[in-house]
Write a protein that binds this ligand. Sequence first.
Ligand SMILES: [Zn+2]
Length: 585
Amino acid sequence: MPGAPAAVEKVDKPQSPLSGEQTLKKFTFLGFAILLCGLLAASAQPLKIFWGDSVPKGWNGSWPAKFLTVPERTKFERTASSSEVLEFIDVLKWNSDKVAVINMFTTSLRRVGTAVVLASPRLTSPDEAVKTGKTVVYLQGNIHAYEPEAKEALQMLMRDILFGKRKALLDSLILIVCPNFNVDGNDTLALSDGTPHLLGNANNAQNLNLNRDAVKLETVEVNGLYRTIFNRWDPILVYDGHLMGRVQHGYAIGYATCTVPAAHPGPRGYVFDKLFPAVREATRKNFGLEVFTHGDIDNKWPTTTWSHEAAMWTTEAKFVANAYGLRNRMAILAETPGHESFERRIYAQYALITEVLEYAAKHGREMQEICRAADKEVIEAVKAKAESGELKNWVAGKYESWGRIDILAYQKRNMSELIPGTSVRAKIAPHMLEPPAIVRGVENMTKPVGTVEATVPRGYLIPAELDYVAEKLRTHNIRVDVLTKPVKATGEEFVIDKVGQARGGGANMIKLEGGFAKSPLKEFPAGTFRVDLAQPMANMAFYCLEPQAADGFVGWGVLEPYFKSIGADKRSVVYPIFKYFKIME
Ligand SMILES: [Zn+2]
């Protein structure tokens, strides 16, 4: 809906907090009084905000040579190779009794994907972790290896947690840290436009984008992550660090949580409504950085919309952080602007991750309770409503407005011009070293809503020959049983009229045309796979198996060879995975 023209103001002094996620919340009088006191306190002691390329002097502390990261040793002109990351982890291991190492996978180029468990006292198994009652958090960098700032920030943070001023985090947290997830991409170097001078590749050695593989699971990297970390350690919160392109907004980093409408709203709602506003305040106060919801502006000035879509965030689960929400857990993806200096981008990742961890250390118990409650509610809903066909969930979504907000943005984008006398393109534009403008009354298009729904069955019956489907489901931590004797079941069948093509999230996808029909009582032989949705992973199973989910197994072509083998290119066929409402034992 078009609104009144947005107003623009110049930021020329430290700002009081801008309205953000909390915009829609109604103030009580008491709430207003507290806010007023907060603003007065803030104005009494103005905060210094660091804009553009600036960072506080000496922000990374002073360390003996052996504890310095590659950027710290090279004036932030180089990023660590995969073996240099291993060397750094080795230094941590030789100097601390709180470190354990997990090998998550071995790539086709024989490089090992390594995660580090930081715990006090040291522990090496998920069972030991559960006994402590502490909150498990997984932190990941470099899934896109030309976005190495989280890789570097995580190495520095591990050092500061083990030997520096963040030791107390391990009183309530168990951290699993993988700084360098895309180990092959990291070492496939090319000249960059700015700093660092040499940069890795976005994709892995098969040229696959690891952050589009969260549903399809075709890479050893994501398979390893799921099998060795997610399914075993069950982190309450997952953080995935990225870089955006040359955005026009004025924030040091943008954060998003799972926005898949099919995901239980409890954990993702908690991250958006509680964790993000608190972390935003803390990052401003303790690090002097303005941070906000992941997004960017439209091309008009003054801009009228702030949207996830302008920054390539999506309601689809192909991204690791989005898919993780389908497990009833909390997830964060965060991206720094691409036009800023390497040091500044590392500082922004460092600041945000630190405040996320400080928050999780204080609120871990509450976060665990929210996730466990979501597990229970998912199971109870299936038990209560699925057999009658009343239970629905979303197979597609889009973003709507939460209402109007004020945002920080620059009037012009960073121009990609050569620095005179060189072949170097990337440097921050002079106008972006200045504070940005405040644009008032912008539509905040980051609210995920479902657009297409489907009936959630009591479960799915999968023919024995589709064992590779059962295997993928198990890697998603979905419980899959095998029928030991034949059963009869009532349910729904999807009749495929056409197997078509579609474009989605930058990939070629499969799209089925057809419709559901009620099925008469049908018999299924022993050996058939059964997925009973009365389990915590019900939303993920639904998302993977529904024939109309654009981004599920059908969309990703997992079943395409099977469709061909049964003649789906010549005539209407029945989708092989049966949605059952009731099994007659
Ligand atoms: Zn990325």
